[in-house]
Structure formats: C-alpha cells, structure tokens
Write a protein that binds this ligand. Structure first.
Ligand code: DP6
Length: 331
C-alpha cells in the first residue's frame, strides 16, 4: 500500500496553451516536449486505514487546504475510484528545483503522484493509461510519463480517452541535444498557468492565430527531432514560445511572465547565434529561460548565460528518463 515514484519534468518545444475542457483537461492543440534528466519530483504515497484523512507535504511544508491540496486530492480520488478503494493517503513530495516558477513542477509532480498512487493501490497501468490519468491532474504531466521526447495528441473524443502522450523518440536517440535551464528568480509566479491559459482563450485576439499555426510547428518539431535537425527544431521551438507569449501579452487583463532578466537572456541567445554559437530559447509560464543547444557548445553557452547579471543558477540538462518506481521512499 506504499510506493515511491520519481518523475522528471518536461519542457515543451511546441507548447500546450488553452483547454477545450477544463474539468477533464483536454487541450485545444497537441504539444511536443523533451523530458529533462535533472529536474525531478520524488513522491511517496501510503494508503492505510490508519489515516483518517488525506495529508500532503511538499518540500517539507504541510499543505492542508487551497488549490494545491484540492488538486492532489482530486487526483487521489481518480485513482481510488479506479481501484475501488476508500482508504486515505499520506503523500510526501520533494522537488529538486524551485516550484511553480516555470520549470514545470506540475508536470513532474502529477506524473509522480499518478504513478505512485496507482502502484500503492495495486493497479498496473500501461503508459497510455498512466498518461490519460496524469493528464487529469495537470495537462503537461501526461508527457512526463515518457522519457526522451513525447507528443501529447490532443484527441477529439469528449471523454478524453484519446488525449494522451506517446513517445516520439527515446533519450538515446539524441544524446547531444542539451537544454541549459537558467533560473532568474526563485519566486513563485503570481499567475498560475491555469488561469493564465483560460484568460488567453477567453479574449486574446491572437489566440486564433496560435491555433492556426500550431499544426505546422508540430510537423517541423517532430521532423527536427526525428532527423536530428537542430536548426529546424530550435528555430521552430523559439518562435512557438514567442507566439504563445504573444497570446498572453494581448489578453485582457494581460499576462507578462517575463522579467527584465528574461529579456536580457533572450537577447544574449540571439547575440550568441550571430556569433556562431547556436542556441535557441524557450520560455514557459514563468520568467525562466531555457536554452536548447548541442553538447559541443553547451559549456560556452552556460558560461555566457551565467555572466548575465541576475542569473542565479544554470543547469545543463539532457533528455531524461520516463517516470518510474524507485525503492527509496521519503518516509
Ligand atoms: C506553458 O500543464 O501546468 O508550460 O493543465 O492547467 O495543469 P494545467 O497546466 P500546465 O500548463 C503548462 C503550460 C506550459 C506549456 C507546456 O508545458 O506545454
């Protein structure tokens, strides 16, 4: 009745932005991501009749109510329903990176929670089933079930049974591909992705254009990964991120996740490119900049990023492993 899972976060190269069903978390567009090897969440769950209620601890802090608690309990309820259990759970979770600052903690968080909960209750789900389930906790989590590169196919069915991720390529496919993750602030963002997304869908005049161009981006990024065409992959991912942010910038009220340092870093990546050091940036619902590059340039690009005033941390990541069960628990 107890299990521990480790899930890596993932960074989208073609972003998921906007839902057609907010309850089931069904997206308006498909998305593609790279699972990262160095940013992860470890979650231990125990179900027992000794527990009179669900309890949750994240990074050593007790979470007793609010949205975060509600989302975790909702996910536990889905798993309890599947296994016809009424037992309460003790959940403890640890991230090895700043939470909720645009480094995809909800992706690794819900992927780990989903796998640990299903294992603890004795369910043996395949990857597709896990992906469908993780999606209902947080959309991006459905991609973290896989290692390497994954595509979340939006699906068309109203019940969401065809909305899940599939692997495009395992991590071994392209070991030279790196992502330099920079942290410009450790602060939690003020507007979470969820309300940010619905606000954009509701009234950004650019949202329609986003949806019209995303299919083309998916094709290019998929081909870029499969053919290991770095220029195609990087250039498409960079513009895709800018397009997503443009939809937020033009919503009412507008949402701007960027800090001055975010823009300085974006410009530095463009400058490096002019000098022949090829990197491409991507940014999610937060101020952090992630730079795609090849291993041969990674050290130089890390050094340049670190020299930008205000950059607090840089991490060199490669494609990481799938979500898995581990022996060592948190309690
Ligand atoms: C900008 O998966 O965190 O990172 O489904 O509402 O939980 P919910 O949202 P979430 O959104 C991620 C948005 C993004 C782009 C992406 O990862 O594709």
């Amino acid at each position: 009745m107890k299990a521990t899972a480790l899930a890596n976060s993932n960074i989208a190269l073609v972003k998921y932005w906007g839902k057609r069903d907010e309850r089931l978390i069904l997206p308006n567009n498909s998305s593609i991501s790279m699972t990262l090897d160095k940013l992860h969440t470890t979650t231990t769950i125990e179900f027992s009749d000794r527990y009179k209620e669900d309890s949750l601890k994240i990074d050593g802090r007790k979470v007793v109510d609010g949205e975060e608690f509600g989302r975790a309990v909702h996910q536990l309820n889905l798993v309890r329903k599947m296994s016809q259990s009424h037992l309460h759970a003790r959940v403890e979770s640890e991230n090895n990176f700043p939470k909720a600052a645009g480094l995809a903690s909800s992706a690794s968080g819900f992927a780990a929670l989903t796998l640990a909960a299903t294992k603890a209750l004795g369910l043996h789900l395949d990857k597709k089933e896990l992906s469908v389930l993780a999606r209902q906790g947080s959309g991006s989590a459905c991609r973290s079930i896989y290692g390497g590169f994954a595509e979340w196919q939006m699906g068309t069915r109203p019940d969401g049974s065809d909305s899940y991720a599939k692997q495009i390529a395992p991590k071994e496919h392209w070991p030279e591909l790196c992502m330099v993750v920079t942290v410009v602030t450790q602060e939690e963002k003020k507007i979470k992705s969820r309300p940010g997304m619905s606000q954009t869908v509701a009234n950004s005049p650019l949202y329609k254009a986003w949806l019209e161009t995303v299919e083309g981006d998916l094709e290019k990024v998929r081909a870029g990964i499969l053919e290991k065409n770095f220029q195609l992959l990087g250039a498409t991912a960079e513009v895709n991120a800018l397009k997503m942010h443009a939809t937020m910038h033009t919503a009412t009220p507008h949402i701007i996740y960027w800090e001055p340092r975010t823009i300085t870093l974006m410009k530095e990546v463009m400058r490096m490119r002019e000098e022949g050091l090829e990197g491409y940036f991507t940014i999610d619902g937060g101020p952090q900049v992630k730079i795609l590059c090849l291993e041969k340039d990674a050290k130089k690009i890390m050094k340049r990023a670190r020299e930008v005033k205000g950059v607090q941390e840089t991490m060199l990541c490669q494609a990481g492993e799938e979500t898995k069960i581990i022996e060592k628990g948190l309690f």
